[in-house]
Design a binder for this molecule. Structure first.
Ligand code: S3P
Length: 176
């Protein structure tokens, strides 16, 4: 278990990216993001990929990014919120990592995502309705994670500390 990856899953605005950076400091590991990998490969921002090539193309690239990252060891993986939509992604991530669901209420998601315009799926008239609709589709998929941490009203640092404690007491040995 020593080399097991720590994989963060959860909805947009659940704090995956910032929490992964805090975890990287605590565990002295590198962090990789599926979104970053896609943006580097495509030389385009996620928003532009959605506009120019469509969501289906983005999802294909996401699956390729997962395949690449799941081969690594001893890293933190920050996934895009839609990673759970393809069961193959979950299967691959589970093979080499422990999946942690950052659970966040629609109210907190809205607070966090309304701060920036980079998320194509949130550029709608009624973001709250969109959040609830997508959460309804995805909630059961997120719940398949090995561990769940509530992130409402927490800073990424607090969430990361909670994950550290959870992994320790579950004897996952990531902390050694
Ligand atoms: C998406 C989440 C985004 C990004 C893309 C699609 C989704 O990542 O992958 O905009 O379908 O939930 P974050 O969860 O990091 O915002």
């Amino acid at each position: 278990m020593l080399n097991i990856n720590i994989v963060l899953i959860g909805f947009m605005g659940s704090g995956k990216t910032l929490t992964s950076r805090e975890l990287a400091k605590i565990f002295k590991r590198r962090t990789f993001s599926t979104d970053d990998l896609i943006q580097k490969k495509e030389k385009m921002k996620i928003k532009v990929i959605f506009e120019k090539k469509g969501e289906a193309y983005f999802r294909q690239q996401e699956t390729k990014a997962v395949a690449q990252l799941a081969k690594k060891k001893n890293i933190i993986i920050d996934t895009g919120g839609g990673i759970v939509l393809n069961p193959l992604n979950i299967k691959r991530l589970q093979k080499t990592g422990i999946l942690i669901y950052l659970k966040t209420s629609p109210e907190w998601i809205l607070k966090r995502v309304s701060l920036n315009k980079k998320r194509p799926l949130m550029q709608v008239e009624n973001p709250m309705a969109r959040i609830k609709q997508l959460l309804k589709q995805r909630r059961d998929l997120y719940e398949k994670a090995d561990l769940t941490v509530d992130t409402d009203a927490k800073t990424p640092k607090q969430t990361a500390k909670e994950i550290y404690a959870l992994l320790n007491c579950h004897h996952y040995e990531c902390c050694k």
